[in-house]
Design a protein around this ligand. Sequence first.
Ligand SMILES: *Cc1c(COP(=O)(O)O)cnc(C)c1O
Length: 370
Amino acid sequence: MPPVDSRPQPRSSILGIAAYVGGRSKAEPGQRVIKLSSNESGIGPSPKAMAALKSVAGELHRYPDGGVADLRQAIAARFDIPADRIVCGAGSDELIHLLTISYAGPGDEVLYSEHGFLVYPISARTAGATPVKAPEKDLRLDVDALLAAVTPATKIVYIANPNNPTGTYVPPEDVARLHAGLPPHVLLVLDAAYAEFVDVDDYEAGLRAVEAAENVVMLRTFSKLYGLAALRLGWAYCPEGVADVLNRVRGPFNISTAAQAAGVAALGDDEFLEEARRHNSQWRAWLTGRLSQLGLKVTPSVTNFLLVEFPQEAGKTAAEADEFLTARGILLRRVTAYGLPHHLRISIGTGEECEIAAAAVADFLRGDHG
Ligand SMILES: *Cc1c(COP(=O)(O)O)cnc(C)c1O
């Protein structure tokens, strides 16, 4: 008989999880780090959010407002939606986990697309459910493939629109067609983490889709355009029934006082948000142009990052480029775990960071490894 392991054992699906690995942030000791690996704000946080954060320092002994009233009111006013259908999370990551464990379990399937965000399958396994991937076409979400992958066991469909790490989006007609093809008991989650960066006309984050149905949720985050990734703050716009469920399962004080105060301030900092968008559009266009000139294939992006394909030729591969750049303190994101071994993802940093990174990529491709 094999020895019995008497230690506490997690549910079997938990050990099937490949833990999420975030973008790297460290280089050699003493080296300047240019971190372009986590899609963080290229211009830092809102000054108003920083001031609000400092203003609550004397209140740290108090519990936060568990109802997150001021922040939900501020979001409601800004987006013209009812506050009681907004639920905040410690990052939208927390909301993804809460939705998955609430609506899917053992025997159920959680559907997402081929190069979709890795937190979806992680949350599915956490719930004991089975993550199911539908293929994409040209690094773009494929509605027909998603619908073809729906089975009687499907409980949730997650789409990131725009998607990370591809940077591509689908227009509202596609989202509507996906929704129309789903049975009404399947929850459709529209993860719009990068919505604020999109500057094309045929895009909608999902507010109207939520309003038109009982089974659609939209997720937003303060981590990207608003520059508050450190504080962990996201929100869901939900049908009443889903808001009720999330409010039952979330921690009673899941949003810190600091995050609530900074979130309200950042939402109202129009000047900062405008500048953040302008900066991103400018440098996204510049970096796309520069990397394309170098002969690399850049997927057209509506987000604050670019997906860049490297040649599969010794000396020029994505893995070698990553190693070369890392040695110079320039941290990009490998996306092998997203099924993209020949690509790297690069976030839009400061203008100077974009220039340094592009120059280093040029050196790499030239074989100038000095
Ligand atoms: C960054 C990101 C999020 C947001 O994560 P937070 O937990 O809010 O920081 C959600 N979805 C996608 C696709 C992302 O890339």
